[in-house]
Design a protein around this ligand. Sequence first.
Ligand code: BGC
Length: 248
Amino acid sequence: MKTILGIDVGASGIKGALVDVETGELVSERIKIPTPQPSTTQAVAGAINDLVELSNYDGDLIGCGFPSIIKNGVALSAANIDQSWIGTDVEKLLAVATGKEVVAVNDADAAGLSEMRFGKGKGVKGSVMLITIGSGLGSALFTDGHLVRNTELGHLHLRSGEVAEHYVSNTSRKKFEMSWEEFGKRFNEYLRHIERLFTPDLVILGGGVSNDFEQFSPFLDVRIPVTTAMMFNHAGIIGAALYAHESK
Ligand code: BGC
């Protein structure tokens, strides 16, 4: 069995577990610790090291999903995390903090990867898009199973001029005290835009709000098939481990 520690860094929590990368299953308890506030590079690196110690992981490779554009291990954006991450080599910083090799990947790309390998996207040809609805709005795009990294479709500008993430994420749902109907209508506007641009063969919804799909799905009216992720909260952890495994 090949086991890798997968970590998912979110705006409010850092989650991790050991993942069997051949089956996509968690083989340890999931550990969750609060994301330090402010979520500066040093504070988060310290928290990740705490998580690694708590996990008793004795391997030497870690996969880490991170909520920003990740290019060659470096974070290039910071929408829902402290600005100090911009320009930071996430892989190097976390390797120094944990004493292990770290592969960093955008969190939505990681979640998408686990759905493609072991979830609803498995075997689906053409283009599959995973949209994570959490504090931010994340995206992952696959064509015939291949990941097109860092798509950042949560930052699309809608016709109203609004950035999608400010209009339909979980943060905006809470901020504007939206009913599910209001949320569903807004999300439908977003999906229609995605449909017009990409006509995906399948859209998979992940992130916390996807658990409430039944509440807002009656307000969706698009031609593209929309479903919810199979791995729910674990997709980011599993995908981060898979990504690290596959990039070696
Ligand atoms: C970030 C993305 C991330 C998404 C979900 C967005 O604000 O720009 O990189 O994937 O939030 O965490």
